[in-house]
Design a protein around this ligand. Structure first.
Ligand code: B12
Length: 217
């Protein structure tokens, strides 16, 4: 295998250059060469999408480019997902987890990665998608007999909606029965654990799986 650092750099650059052919080629190569796919996502493609965000911040990229970058990142992740799922060692389910991006927010990439890694770690994951109301999340958790809810948000303006899920669980007397963890780029441990009083917080997918395992032990 060539230099791993260079591979990650090429993967990041394929997103920044909006080169979908290169990105999908590299995703396939990562599978063929049996690389650590989570590292490929986080140190490679993930760095690329962050750079795209910076370029957007700096006014170098406009919304269509930002959208295209996200779409290419998703295409690469779609290629890696089946293999990422297989990489879990535990086959016995550790419990059912409801994942969603909260109401008002359509960012899906981080939430989807967390869901994929949880699946790889033996959890049954039901992904409700994006822009999901607190009521729907709680209703679905009850219906599916879930023991953990994971709520993602990337916007500071929608963080407050994460708290609605906790308030609802409290209202329905389900706080002990159903655990909840919060995440997403602007979410801090203080917000999740102190302000919302959630059971868990993680700032990346690997950590999220560790937190979930601890919560459902
Ligand atoms: C890609 C992107 C988009 C894409 C999203 C495509 C998609 N399908 O998701 C598009 C172009 C659609 C988009 C739209 C918008 N975006 Co946008 N976007 C981004 C960008 C560049 C990257 C986000 C991303 O995917 N990161 C990669 C993933 C892997 O990281 P992550 O989400 O943080 O997830 C990791 C962790 O946080 C954690 N995690 C995530 N979720 C969870 C959940 C749980 C339970 C746990 C435990 C852990 C966890 O694990 C993940 C994996 O390691 C960021 C900039 C940036 N640098 O982050 C802006 C950014 C998030 N967007 C921003 C904005 C403002 C918007 C828009 C409002 C723009 C507009 N004016 O229309 C709209 C949103 C409209 C809406 N109502 O939602 C701002 C938010 C600012 C703020 N502080 O609120 C950012 C920060 C850009 C900026 N610097 O201004 N965006």
């Amino acid at each position: 295998m060539q230099d791993l650092g260079k591979f990650f750099k090429d993967a990041a650059e394929s997103i920044v250059n909006l080169d979908n052919v290169k990105a999908t080629e590299l995703a396939q190569q990562a599978i063929d060469e049996d690389l650590n796919l989570l590292e490929v996502v986080e140190k490679g493609f993930g760095e690329g999408i962050k750079k795209v965000g910076d370029l957007w911040d700096e006014g170098e990229f406009f919304l269509p480019e930002l959208m295209r970058g996200a779409q290419i990142m998703q295409e690469a992740i779609d290629i890696l997902t089946p293999k990422l799922r297989e990489s879990g060692h535990t086959r016995k389910t550790r419990g059912t987890v409801i994942m969603a991006t909260i109401e008002g927010d359509i960012h899906s990439i981080g939430k989807t990665i967390v869901g994929t890694i949880l699946r790889a770690n033996g959890f049954e994951v039901i992904d409700l998608g994006v822009d999901v109301k607190a009521e729907k999340i709680v209703d679905e958790a009850i219906k599916q007999n879930a023991t953990l809810i994971g709520v993602s948000t990337l916007l500071t303006t929608t963080m407050v909606n994460q708290k609605k899920v906790l308030d609802l669980l409290e209202e329905k007397n389900l706080r002990k029965k159903i655990k909840i963890m919060l995440g997403g780029a602007p979410v801090t441990a203080k917000w999740a654990l102190e302000d919302c009083k959630a059971d868990g917080f993680a700032d990346n997918a690997v950590e999220a799986a560790k937190v979930a395992k601890n919560l459902l032990k």
